[in-house]
Design a protein around this ligand. Structure first.
Ligand SMILES: O=C(CO)[C@H](O)[C@H](O)COP(=O)(O)O
Length: 222
């Protein structure tokens, strides 16, 4: 497994975004949290800002939409050129139609599930997605504690993907650090979002490398 490390720019300095994007150039994707203060009780930014981030980022964008009515808004983020667009299963009226639309625009289609949402709702529609995001905190804020109780859901999704011969990426987001990443890797995650653990480090490139190494070692053992 070649783990992907996606720093969450929720932990970046919003008024020095260009510099903070440059600091994560050795990572795989910049994870961009779009929050609308409806689906989650926090507000970040919308398409105008994401368009500028897309133009400025040295690495592709992994957009995570924590918004209501993604059926209406998600395609616009794919049209901006985001490499992946992930919407929440809980918010989408027609997840399959939306995933197909995102793929038709040229973006990877992702679906996210909150901690209280079961993963098995996705089994029958796994092939419609390029990545599944298992939230390991309640979405809305950075700096929260990792929820190890999400690992059975992640493990079951990995087993189901393997059983179906699916190459879907399994992503985790929330509380990922050097102390927690191994658990998620052992349970089957291959893509790791980390905000505080990356932007809070003195040496960001070393933090990205450290997370990658830990995930790779754990996935080999797991
Ligand atoms: O989606 C998110 C919050 O909803 C963030 O991406 C996530 O919380 C990352 O922050 P940290 O690594 O500090 O937990």
């Amino acid at each position: 497994m070649n783990p992907r490390i996606n720093p969450s720019i929720l932990a970046a300095d919003f008024v020095n975004m260009q510099a903070d994007l440059a600091r994560i150039a050795t990572a795989d994707f910049a994870h961009v949290d779009v929050m609308d203060n409806h689906f989650v009780p926090n507000l970040t930014f919308g398409p105008q800002m994401v368009e500028r981030i897309q133009a400025t980022s040295p690495i592709p964008l992994d957009v995570h939409l924590m918004i209501t009515d993604p059926d209406r808004w998600a395609p616009g983020y794919a049209e901006l050129g985001a490499a992946s667009v992930t919407f929440h299963l809980e918010a989408a009226a027609d997840p399959v139609a939306l995933a197909r639309r995102l793929r038709s625009i040229g973006s990877r289609a992702g679906v996210a599930v909150k901690p209280g949402t079961a993963g098995d709702a996705l089994y029958e529609i796994l092939d419609e997605f390029d990545q599944i995001l298992v939230m390991t905190v309640e979405p809305g804020f950075g700096g929260q504690s990792f929820m190890p109780e999400m690992m059975p859901k992640l493990r079951a999704l990995r087993e189901e993907a393997t059983r179906r011969g699916s190459d879907v990426w399994l992503q985790v987001d929330g509380g990922i650090s050097e102390a927690t990443i191994a658990q998620a890797a052992e349970a089957g995650a291959d893509t790791f979002v980390a905000g505080s653990a990356v932007y809070g480090a003195d040496d960001i490139a070393a933090a990205v490398t450290g997370l990658r190494q830990r995930a790779r070692a754990a996935s080999l053992e797991g």
